[in-house]
Design a protein around this ligand. Structure first.
Ligand code: FES
Length: 366
């Protein structure tokens, strides 16, 4: 049985709500001159306990403690400033040297410590400020219309004034100024970090060129042993890298653009377009291994059909037709590396690729 606001007792609240009315409920509804289909509203069983009464803090009662808390907050904000400056100084004083993992570790460690201190100082300072110094009276704001009126504007000003008064941000200049300093300096290390994401050299140039150039020998991947034309038998396929790649400090970045697949077909099986007659050597052809869809390595060669398959999204390229796309999402053929042999019979590049390798990018013209 439940007691309602108006003193009416309902036999079973759940039954009333589900529509399974008992005789008493129908009788109650009839006495209230309601149709039997009207539900009976029950009171909320959970009572809002509200906020506990405010206990004055030490900082409310003792001015010296108030002052000390203020200094503590300011110290935390100053620590944040020191952390941010430290991060910036560490970034400049301990740069990352390519290939030196020790320098990467030191740079990341010091930068991380500085940024941590910068963020922690602001966070702890704000919490300490709120808990020890800001007023914590309970206030009730009744819902009202959102239409802006003069009275609303005045009220807004009042709220801001009250907020200023409660937080003390206008009066406590030490806290305010140290907070502003901390907030201004905190993003500075992030600027340095984001700059590191971009290469120092022109990224478009880097995308358009690889380390292949006239006379660069084709070598086995990963041994770096030069390949003679006579080593490449009919139907064979080689994973190839440029000579000298393994000695470079940016070997991985260069390999990501310069990796090549080398295959030998019967010269009569190749359909060579005008101007590219000299790009193969006696049926030996070299194509970029970087898929023109999204850049996976095209590593599967089907020697019966002379098709190359990219395992990522199944694009297929026909080597007999200058690596034309015959299936899958790739839009462009694999770029061909023009090759020949040097005086010792080793396969060498005639030039770099004549178009950028890999997927499309905005500045790409070919
Ligand atoms: S990356 Fe080769 S098909 Fe998608």
């Amino acid at each position: 049985m439940a007691q309602h606001d108006d003193g009416v007792t309902a036999p079973d609240d759940d039954a009333v709500h589900t529509g399974a009315r008992t005789g008493t409920a129908i009788q109650v509804a009839a006495e209230r001159d309601e149709s039997p289909g009207i539900g009976v509203v029950q009171t909320d069983k959970v009572i809002n306990p509200g906020f506990p009464p405010h206990n004055p803090r030490q900082t409310d009662l003792v001015p010296a403690k108030d002052k000390r808390a203020e200094r503590q907050v300011a110290i935390l904000f100053f620590l944040s400033i020191i952390g941010s400056i430290f991060a910036l100084a560490a970034y400049i004083a301990f740069p990352i040297n390519p290939g030196d993992f020790g320098s990467i570790r030191t740079n990341n460690l010091l930068l991380g410590l500085g940024i941590t201190l910068g963020l922690l100082g602001i966070g702890l300072g704000a919490v300490h400020w709120a808990k020890q110094l800001m007023r914590e009276d309970e206030s009730v704001e009744l819902r009202h219309g959102t239409r802006g009126t003069e009275a609303t504007r005045e009220k807004a000003v009042e709220v801001f004034t009250l907020g200023n008064e409660e937080s003390g941000i206008g009066r406590r200049t030490l806290i305010r100024n140290s907070l502003i300093g901390a907030l201004v300096l905190t993003p500075v290390p992030a600027i340095a970090l984001f700059r590191d994401l971009a290469p120092i050299a022109d990224p478009v140039y880097l995308l358009q060129h690889t380390m292949w150039k006239t006379g660069t020998r084709l070598t086995h991947d990963p041994t770096g042993v030069p390949i003679k034309a006579s080593d490449v038998t009919l139907g064979s396929a080689f994973h190839v890298i440029p000579e000298g790649l393994l000695q470079r400090s940016d070997a991985l970045e260069q390999k990501a653009k310069a990796a090549v697949l080398l295959m030998r077909l019967k010269p009569e099986d190749l359909h060579v377009s005008a101007g590219k007659e000299s790009w193969n050597y006696d049926g030996i052809v070299a194509y970029s291994q970087i898929c023109t869809h999204v850049g996976c390595p095209v590593a599967l060669y089907e020697q019966q059909t002379h098709h190359l398959l990219c395992p990522c999204h199944q694009s297929q390229f026909d080597i007999t037709q200058e690596a034309k796309v015959i299936f899958g999402p790739a839009r462009r053929p694999l770029p061909q590396l023009p090759i020949t042999v040097d005086s010792n019979g080793y396969l060498v590049a005639r030039s770099d690729f004549h178009e950028p390798v890999g997927p499309d990018f905005w500045e790409r013209e070919l």
